[in-house]
Design a binder for this molecule. Structure first.
Ligand SMILES: O=C(CO)COP(=O)(O)O
Length: 143
């Protein structure tokens, strides 16, 4: 597996412009990661920042969220920036929920808005340098 941490970028349609602005504003920091993105989000980010290393997966409604969920389950994703649309019904809502659930299960840093994404990019944890000693084990029943 690559030594470079992998970070996923996803944005729903109403948040794609926000993601593009975020990527433009943080392109230097994003350049430190192997990026993956759902199809349309990834395309928009690459159009704005073609120098970034970003692998486009399928579009969200066609399975892209599930592909990113699979990366989490396989231990291949270190962080997730997901600008989700809180105002619109989505045909693949169950996929979105499943992806967020896996990020919780595997304790993957997951930013759902810009202010949290900025904190996430500053985090040593995302670079694999932070302690995980306070992290409950997956499957822990502690409440
Ligand atoms: O729908 C999405 C996430 O749930 C995003 O997919 P696209 O980036 O292909 O629009």
């Amino acid at each position: 597996m690559s030594e470079i941490p992998t970070l996923a970028l996803i944005a729903h349609d109403a948040k794609k412009d926000v993601m593009v602005e975020f990527a433009r504003g943080h392109r230097d920091k994003l350049a430190a990661y192997d990026l993956v993105g759902t199809g349309t989000t990834g395309g928009r980010v690459l159009d704005a920042c073609p120098e970034l290393s970003l692998t486009r997966l399928k579009s969200g409604p066609l399975g892209g969220d599930q592909q990113i969920g699979a990366l989490i389950a396989e231990g291949k994703l270190q962080g997730l920036i997901f600008f989700a649309d809180p105002m619109s019904p989505l045909p693949h809502d169950v996929d979105v929920k499943a992806l967020m659930r896996l990020a919780i299960v595997y304790d993957i840093p997951m930013a759902l808005n810009v202010s949290t994404a900025e904190i996430l990019l500053r985090s040593a944890r995302l670079k694999g340098l932070g302690t995980t000693s306070d992290t409950p084990e997956v499957g822990s029943t502690a409440s």
